[in-house]
Structure formats: C-alpha cells, structure tokens
Ligand binder design. Structure first.
Ligand code: SUG
Length: 446
C-alpha cells in the first residue's frame, strides 16, 4: 500500500491583517498596523497549493476560522448586540479586538501535532491541536481547529483525536512547527523529533533572555505519551536560547526535515552533535543526511529575514528533495548564493522552487508555516473528507470564492466594522458547502 505525505495548507481568512500581535516574531512586530490585502494573501496561498498539486504532491486545505471571535468578546465582558460589541471593543479595547480578529489560523504548522499510524501504539493517526498558550490571539484557535480536523478525519478506526493540552504556560504547545518526522519511507516507522525552547520544571536548562520560548519540553513529552510513541522513536532537542532571542520563535524558522534529511542552521540546537547522533541511532534502516548551513554562509539574522528554513522539503520521485522557499530568499544575496550552491553540490537537495507569499511573510509566516503535514496510507486518504483535497475544480471554486468575498485592503481599525463580520460569516458558510464539511463554526452551531 502506498503512503503519502499530504500537506494541508491553511486557507487565509478574510480578516488577514497586520496588528503586531506576536512579540518575538520580528516580521509581525515590524509590520504592525500597516494595511493588508486579504484577497491577495488568500490567492498567493492558493497558488502555492495548486502548483504543488500540479507537480504531483498530495495537497489539502484547512479552513479559516470565524473572526472576529464573538464568543471570546462576550466572554471578556462585551455586551449587547454584535454590532454594539464590535463598536465598544474597537473604541475601548482595540488590542483585544485585533486579537480576536486575527486570521492566524492560516499558519497550520501550528494547528496540531500529527503522528502517522506507523509510529503509534494503536496503529491510528493521532492528532493533538496545539493550545498555543504563548499568544492570546492564537490560544483561541484550538476548539475550531479540533472540530475541523475531526470533520476531515472522521473515521475512528483510522484516526484518534486528542483535546489540546491544558492551556497553561507549563504545557505551551505550538504544534508541528516544532515537530519533524524522519523515516526511510512514509509508511515505515519513523523518528519524531520534538524541539522545545524551555523546560517548565527543570531549571537547569537555559532559557532565552529577551523573547519568550513558546514550547516546553513537558508539552512535547505529553504529546508523545498521548500519541503512543515509543521511546526508541522519539528525540527531544532543545532549541538554542540565543536564536530565540534573535527572532527564531519556532524551530521551523531555523530547521526543516523530511524523510532521511535534516536541513538546519549551525546555531539551531543547544547540543547539535547529541541531537544528530540520537536521530541517526534511532533512524534504523535509513541513511540519515544532515545538511548544516554554516553561520559564515548564512547568519541567523539572514535566516530570520529570508525564512530560508521555513521552507518545505518535499520528496521527489528520484529520491532527491525539492526545497520550496519564499521569494525573500532570492532577495537576500547570501541566501541566494547558498541556494545556488546547494543544488549544484550533489547533496540531497536537488531543486528549489520560489513562491511569492509576501502577505503571509509580513506576519512571519512562510511556506512551512502555511502547511500541516499529515502522513496517510491510501486507505486513510480515502477515509478523509474528499472536499478539502486539492484538485482543479476545487482550486477554481476557491479562487472565485476569494474573488467574491474578500477585501483587498484592510487596516486594524476596519476590524470594528460590523459588515466585516457579516462578510466573513457569509464566506465561511459558503466554504463549508464547497468543501462539504458540515457545520464547524460557532455561528453555525448556535
Ligand atoms: O504565531 N504570526 C504568527 C506566525 C506563525 C508562523 N508559524 C510558524 N513559524 N510555524 C505567530 O507569531 C502575527 C499576527 C499579527 O501580528 O497580526 C502572527 O500571529
């Protein structure tokens, strides 16, 4: 039976905007309060999905969330009609309104951690939505994320869904952005690498001084337990605290792995030799290839600015890897020179493909942030909801849907506009019909 890596990209939501919400994420902080273009953002994302689908990769979508999140506004004491609540929040608490309006669910690398059935004790694919406790605007994502994942992966004989970890800093979990799986082939047992920024209980471990470390060791361990992963197939690695302080807020900003390849920056981990050695030991049956990018060639600052490592590493038919990078990599001369050299080096990465994802990049989200990887066997893929799997027809429908419903200019002050909420709900209602997912949004459930 064939097994595939299916990339589920987040479809950018109609409220995509720049509110400077993510302290420690340099792009989000520096673009805060500029005008965004939600229509362009959604179309840029769709273009990437379609191009990868056309190249023969399996591609799916995850749906945007209902925003502004009126339930959260109500829970925070805003009262009256929805119109009144929005106007009051816009006037008295614009920062709260921005948080409950963020389209941040688009970065589906943070949606969940997924363990394929070849790795789990009960032979099912396990999903745990990330609690995203580090940022308020992201901590409200997991209930809808969980409903969407359950609606797509319904069949309990194949799929197991866990609730998000307790929503508390001790178990801060950012999902697949800090999780990488290595294997000889997708259908074979792999090694799951969990990367954390700090420990909640072990004070002997160093922590960053300037920016927050979002993921804890204890969250990683809890996910491994919940998913029924065995010790011999798990590696925990601490991210170097100094790189977090330079803006590396997730491991996927400094390293990416797939199959038997890890592409990483020299400064990514606290103890690199130990991490590489443990992956190599545990990855029996596959020749582990670690491609290190030296700081002399690409500095951490270059990596954060260009998002070189926030790339997708995709297995080509001939066994080599394709690196899918954002356009910003071409604009940085050192990164561009490095990429030119790597494809001609005879190493595991043989091709590079560049995408314009500027709208998402300005909030710190590159190609890898925009996708959640789900390894599925043929039978599991057949059991998934077909309406979210990319095909020519779905692509055309989604492009027309975006053209019809999305604005091409949005400022944080527009978030209080009650017609934006209506537009968002009308669009999402139609989207659940296009994808055949049924009711997943609070406004459809009440
Ligand atoms: O969590 N930005 C997101 C970007 C997430 C990128 N994901 C990965 N690296 N996997 C974040 O910081 C900014 C929203 C704003 O500022 O309006 C934001 O949430």
């Amino acid at each position: 039976m064939k097994t595939y890596e299916v990339n589920f990209d987040g479809l950018v939501g109609p409220t995509h905007n720049y509110s400077g919400l993510s302290y420690g994420n340099v792009a989000s902080e520096s673009h805060g309060h500029q005008a965004s273009n939600p229509k362009e953002a959604a179309l840029q994302g769709l273009k990437k999905m379609k191009a990868l689908h056309d190249m023969g990769f399996k591609q799916g979508i995850l749906l945007p969330h209902e925003r502004p999140d009126m339930q959260t506004l109500r829970a925070l004491g805003f009262e009256g009609s929805e119109r009144e609540m929005l106007l009051q929040a816009g006037k008295e608490a614009p920062a709260i309104l921005a948080a409950v309006s963020s389209a941040s669910a688009m970065w589906t690398a943070n949606a969940a951690t997924v363990s394929p059935s070849a790795d789990t004790r009960d032979g099912r694919v396990h999903f745990t939505p990330a609690n995203l406790t580090a940022k308020f605007h992201r901590s409200i994502e997991h209930p809808t994320t969980g409903r969407i994942l359950k609606a797509i992966f319904r069949d309990e004989t194949h799929f197991a869904h866990h609730p998000a970890l307790p929503g508390q800093g001790h178990f801060g979990d950012e999902g697949a952005a800090n999780h990488t799986r290595f294997c000889a082939a997708y259908g074979e047992p792999g090694v799951e690498l969990f990367v954390y920024g700090r420990s909640a209980f072990d004070t002997s471990k160093p922590a960053p001084k300037r920016y927050p470390a979002r993921q804890t060791l204890e969250a990683c361990q809890a996910i491994a337990r919940l998913h029924g992963l065995s010790e011999e197939h798990v590696v925990y690695a601490q991210q170097h605290p100094d790189v977090i302080d330079q803006g590396v807020f997730h491991n996927d900003v400094i390293a990416v792995g797939n199959g038997n390849v890890l592409f990483y920056h020299e400064d990514a981990f606290l103890d690199t030799p130990a991490v590489l050695n443990e992956i190599e030991q545990k990855l029996k049956g596959a020749l582990f290839k670690a491609v290190c990018v030296p700081r002399e060639a690409v500095s951490v600052e270059d990596a954060v600015q260009s998002y070189l490592f926030n790339s997708q590493l995709l297995w080509l038919e001939d066994g080599h890897m394709l690196l899918v990078v954002p356009h910003e990599c071409e604009e940085n001369p050192r990164v561009r020179a490095y990429l030119d050299q790597i494809v001609s080096s005879g190493g595991p990465i043989s091709a590079v493909r560049v995408f314009d994802l500027k709208q998402s990049m300005r909030n710190g989200g590159g190609p890898a942030c925009l996708r959640l990887r789900v390894v599925l066997g043929e039978d599991q893929l057949a059991a998934a909801a077909p309406g979210v799997l990319m095909c020519d027809d779905l692509y055309e429908k989604l492009v027309s849907w975006v053209e019809k419903h999305y604005r091409d200019h949005l400022l944080p002050r527009d978030l209080a506009d009650p017609s934006l909420l209506d537009e968002c709900r009308t669009a999402l209602d139609e989207l659940t019909q296009i994808t055949g997912l049924g009711s997943v949004y609070p406004f459809q459930l009440t």
